[in-house]
Design a protein around this ligand. Sequence first.
Ligand SMILES: [Zn+2]
Length: 280
Amino acid sequence: MPDDMNLQAVLRDLIYANHILHHHGVVDAYGHVSVRHPDDPSVYLMCGYMPPALVASPNDLIYYNVADSSTVDPDSPKGYSERFIHGELFRRFPSVNCVIHSHAEEVLPYVVTGVKMKSVYHMSGFLGSDGVPVFDIDPLYQEGDQRDMLVNNARLGEGLAAKFAREPNATEPDETVVLMRRHGFSCVGRDIVTAVYRAIYTRINAEAQTKAMAIAKNNPDPHGQFVFGEGFDAITKEQEKGTKIMCEKFQDKPWRLWVREVERNPLYENTLGPNHQASR
Ligand SMILES: [Zn+2]
């Protein structure tokens, strides 16, 4: 595929991703998705200061330098203050080509209780069985900082990116998703389809785990204990390995459905659509 066609396909899918994440409750007026430029890894793209559902054309997108999240074009319109989430993840991890940030309400119980979110079914094996790590922004604040929880500078973005790796100098992320204390979550993927899949099933997993724990609380065993340790039955280590492989293999199928859903919904406009064949 020629470079310009490849870029067009990625732009088209970035616009679709904005709509899909809104349609599936991962973002509302807040939250964002970005993609690394397919021909220039030192640049990433995301929409300007607007609700994701309203992104409609390449004119709505801003090009940023990975090095410092400055705009490639100094005359670019206003962008998201939390673009440093994206810039610092792209800077640290060369294999990451898509980043999503969300405040999905289903995930919020796991960023304010200390209860670990774990994969509870096969579709979310990428979350793992140990508990998704939680990033706490507070220790990174300095005197005079406005403690509004936003990851709005490179220092805070770098701190969040560090939570995706278990070793200080690792350049491959160990985590697919990191929760953010009193805020939400961020996730990464090698392409748009992978990251969107992970964001949607993170939200669904959180909802399922919460419901499971609520049911368990009201249905203890005859000794008053949970049937399963924490009130829910997380996947095993072996299932984690197997489902990670399986999930990677079948992400293109839901993408075709998700694209059709947003194409047929008059709320969403995509001047580069329609096309169901994902750019990967
Ligand atoms: Zn946020």
